[in-house]
Design a protein around this ligand. Sequence first.
Ligand code: DX5
Length: 217
Amino acid sequence: MPSIKIVPSILSANQEKINEEIKEVEDYSDLLQVDVMDNKFVPNITPGPEYLEKLDTKVPLDIHLMVLEPSEEYVRKFIDANPKLKINNITVHVEACADVGKTLDEIRNLGVKPCIALNPKTDLEKILPYVDKVGMVLFMTVEPGFSGQKFIADVMPKIGELREMKPELDIQVDGGVNLETAPIAVKAGANVLVASSYVFKSEDKVKAIKDLMEAVQ
Ligand code: DX5
């Protein structure tokens, strides 16, 4: 299995001082996740590409698009929004794209690693045709839309199945990740841990990340 990576999601950080919040965790984060919601694919909304304009970080970004039919033009706006940022990957949902293979190709052609996400109730079979085209597979362990929800452990067998097929693939989990659930996800085969409220609602964010790392060693 590839090395464990920690990805704080800045969704539940204090947006009024977002760059200070990011500064605190930068040295302990492999990537930072930006969640994008359209109030169509998920029942919540966040700002779009313009959100990136105010961000200031040396940590590469993991853009998680929870939006219906992200067009090439829309994806390009994220890439072009702020030349000081590094975009590591753009993740789209298999449930949200009529032709997900095409969407992944468009992202790759824009020079960014395409990744694919699936919701807790979506069958693993739905993403298998694309696994060799992506940099990472994201298993949602909550219904997407809000941070602070309870980890759905029923997703673990799917993770285990994919890990068996793809020993070297980056497998990400997102939703309800904390000190109790991260070891369960890693044991199942996940190696990229997204955590939002666990990190940003902690008194000491650095300690929270260090504790998480320790819990999965
Ligand atoms: C859920 C988002 C998650 C969310 C996770 O819709 O995709 O990234 O912020 O939040 P926590 O870690 O609080 O469950």
